[in-house]
Design a protein. Structure first.
Length: 423
């Protein structure tokens, strides 16, 4: 089986290859093709990944190419992990938000909006290539904003696709460490959208330990090994479930905006520095294992998520995974074709969301509002619809007020070269 990695020059890629080195041969993976438009970066990453595979004794061929068609052709799985415009574009998004007193995080608010408008046309082209050269393959999308991008793929192409995010498995692994349990014993009742999700129950051998987790948090605070869930105990007690990391931007927007303004460097600038160091490490011909610095890049457990999902899609019996997929009848509070992030049964027959049921009123309104924003953003990109773009910006809970939205949209369009959306 051939696996194509689109955006293979990413500094993330060695994390992914590490996972294939451990389990890829058991899955029948014989070849991994890394594709990227940055030839020099791809060569550095590719050489290091080849050493990783060799050091692990993995009998998997690896090659690099700048040709999308060559990478995709004959693939059983196509992993998309691109960043259109690179970290420089991400930095512009953050600064644009801060200029206007808005949160410009890369998947949330004005930053996520700009990133989506840059990214969707490129992903659509990739998927059209998959339709032509590997029509039976699975597309696994790790490109942010993952849920929105996955919904666009399912709405406007014929490919089979699932969206990935490392946050659910990161939380699962953290809970397992804190409770002293094997991760495979834990099942998550997880609901929401990508980067807008809540953990309702934590099942250990079908027993819900969420009350115990909440009791510990209320008495002792958030465990030190789950630092990103630093919510006020009284908020959590009232909510009765654990909000994931990105909900801090919605629950504490003034605090988060202040923290973004106070940082000496943007996250994009931090990542650019980390990437420079990583690429220098990857050039070292004696390096044959992942450097610890890679953990600071983000995307923890990416390899575990991707490889385990591929394994599930290859097995008749399958297993449960938190993924981004079409709602179907999982919850009556969203359209069937709306992409949600929830626990699904994944096997060679495909992926089926487990029942979510009616959404709790405490989260329902926010989910539906952000889903409306996502739908408008997809419409704006697909139809080059300026009005849809304007209303996506206004609809988002962290977007600008209507009297400032026109000016900010024009500036966003100018910065990103989105000529078709000009007034």
């Amino acid at each position: 089986m051939k696996v194509a990695v689109i955006g293979g020059g990413s500094t993330y890629t060695p994390e992914l290859i590490h996972g294939f080195a451990s389990k890829g041969s058991d899955l029948g993976v014989t070849e991994i093709c890394l594709q990227d438009i940055d030839a020099s970066r791809l060569e550095i990453v590719g050489r290091f990944c080849r050493r990783l595979l060799s050091a692990k004794g993995a009998r998997i061929g690896l090659r690099e190419t700048d040709s999308l068609e060559e990478a995709v052709e004959g693939s059983g799985f196509v992993l998309i992990q691109i960043r259109v415009g690179g970290q420089q574009a991400r930095n512009r998004d953050i600064l644009l938000g801060l200029k206007h007193g808005l949160i410009g995080q890369e998947t949330t608010g004005i930053g996520g909006f700009a990133k989506a408008l840059r990214t969707l046309p490129v992903v659509m082209n990739i998927c059209r290539t998959v339709e032509k050269y590997a029509p039976s393959s699975w597309v696994l999308n790790f490109t942010n904003p993952s849920g929105l991008v996955t919904e666009a793929i399912l709405a406007h192409t014929r490919v089979k696709a699932l969206g990935l995010c490392n946050i659910p498995v990161d939380v699962k692994m953290s809970i397992a460490r804190e409770a002293g349990l094997a991760p495979e014993r834990i099942r998550l009742d997880y609901v929401g959208l990508n980067h807008l999700s809540w953990l309702r129950r934590v099942l250990v051998d079908d027993r819900d330990i969420m009350p115990e987790i909440m009791e510990q948090i209320l008495k002792k605070g958030i465990p030190k090994n789950i630092p990103d869930l630093d919510y006020e105990p009284r908020l959590l007690e009232s909510l009765g479930m654990l909000p994931m990391y990105y909900l801090r931007y919605y629950y504490y927007p003034e605090k988060m905006l202040r923290l973004l303004k106070e940082k000496k460097k943007t996250r994009a600038e931090e990542v650019m520095e980390i990437e420079e160091k990583l690429l220098e490490m990857y050039r070292d011909e004696t390096l044959c294992e992942k450097p610890d610095l890679l953990d600071q890049r983000g995307g923890a457990y990416y390899s575990l998520v991707a490889v385990d999902l591929i394994e599930a899609l290859c097995r008749e019996e399958g297993s449960e995974h938190v993924v981004n997929l079409a709602n179907g009848a999982s919850t009556p509070d969203l359209p069937p074709d709306a992409v949600i992030e929830c626990t699904a049964r994944v096997s060679s027959a495909g992926a089926r969301p487990l029942p979510v049921g009616p959404l709790d009123p405490r989260v329902k309104g926010l989910i539906q509002t952000v889903k409306a924003y996502e739908a408008l953003t997809i419409q704006a990109s697909h139809n080059q619809d300026r009005k849809a773009a304007l209303w996506a910006l206004v609809t988002h809970p962290l977007g600008p007020p209507g009297d400032r939205a026109f000016e900010i949209l024009d500036e966003l369009i100018e910065i990103n070269g989105l000529d078709a959306l000009r007034g």
